[in-house]
Ligand binder design. Sequence first.
Ligand code: HAM
Length: 449
Amino acid sequence: MTKNTIQSIKGFKDILPDEVGYYDFIENVIAHVTEQYSVSQIRVPIIEKTELFNRSIGNDTDIVNKEMYDFIDKNGDSICLRPEGTVSIIRCALEHNLIYDRGVKKQKFWYYGPMFRHEKPQRGRFRQFNQFGIEYFGFKNTESDIEIIFLLNLIFERLSIDNGITLHINSLGTKEDRLNYKNIIKQHIDKNIGKLDDNQKKTLKNNPLRLLDSKSENMIDILEGIPPLYDILSTESKSRYDLLLKKLDSMKIQYIHNNTIVRGLDYYNDTVFEWRHELLGSQNAICAGGRYDNLVEELNQTPVPAIGFAMGIERIVEILKHVNQSLSEIYNIIPIINITSENNTYCALQCRELREIMPQKRFFNTDSTSSLSSQLKHAMKMNSHFIILITDENIKDSSFTVKTHANKMNDIIVTKDKLLEMLSKLHDDDCSVQDELDDDFETPGEPDE
Ligand code: HAM
């Protein structure tokens, strides 16, 4: 990079070819699971009127107070890069009569795309980041909360990141419950007010609930002994939450009831949840959301119960990089090494045929101008379980040379039919070929028993 090269903006990151595959993988899993649950996709613009978020997210939230990418456009209108998707989806759904048309329409939507928040960049926190989100409209009972949890568990399983994830769940009750609880927080802190710094005093005044999820030690000490929000929930909210937890218990769904989950956006009521992963640092929430049964009414005087969540894709990518050694393993890429002295046309045609016969498999041709050892090194990096080689000998008898993990990566010579059989038995989630298959082959140089 030369001295004068213009660089990207702080908090905005490039996604390079090495990383794009992780995004593709996540997007594929999302597309499949949302299809299985019959959730429809909505694509909304990245820019909205600033007023939309100011009216819905809450004036005392960090997002509206200091994180909005808002500006005046050439027409003099105040517009902003969307900080989240929920409110845009509601705007779109109301504008096109998707959730209310002389009565509530039940709908399930998903969306995916970049969101923008002017936050302090750090590990797992960017100014542009991608969210996948789901919003259910018209569903009020606890089954909808549970369906969302099921759907997410399936996604985590398909991504193979389910180990290390914990679901934290809480109930924020009704608006009145929260007002009562805010007073309880204020009373509890009153005698220690002198110990609060300026920021904490501001939060106490504007949004005292947020003090509950503070990580600062003095606040944790000060809040010691405060009765949990659960204790003052209205009868209806308490019995709804109790019923939800009872159902989760009976279905053996693991969760932690966490009184400090209060959420950074103001529109929630009753169920709120957050999924955290142990491999991440302080920004360990990979997915969060809850019910917002009053938001649609606040925006449009039409009461539509709703629940949803959004998942931070960059955080999932970080976990995938830890959990799976490489992208090639996720994708099960099969390297093809060409070590023929000159007949590249033959190899090109063979590779084309393999791709035609097995469109679901991914083949990668290594650089045939490199030496065998460097091609092998490259191939092993991609897939240390299954490699195809084409040699001059193979051209002569229309065979292939294969190295498999089960055969200790020794060369085995196979016919094209056998190669196709082996490839078709190559497990998608495990690159090894069934051992019995390998038993059929003779490794050159190894004596017969
Ligand atoms: P949120 O908690 O603000 O909720 O964001 C959801 C998820 O987006 C977080 O758990 C995190 O994984 C990811 N995320 C948030 N901010 C950043 C950032 N600066 N950098 C990287 N990842 C980030 C919402 O956005 C709600 N709209 C969720 C919802 C949908 N509630 C109901 N429906």
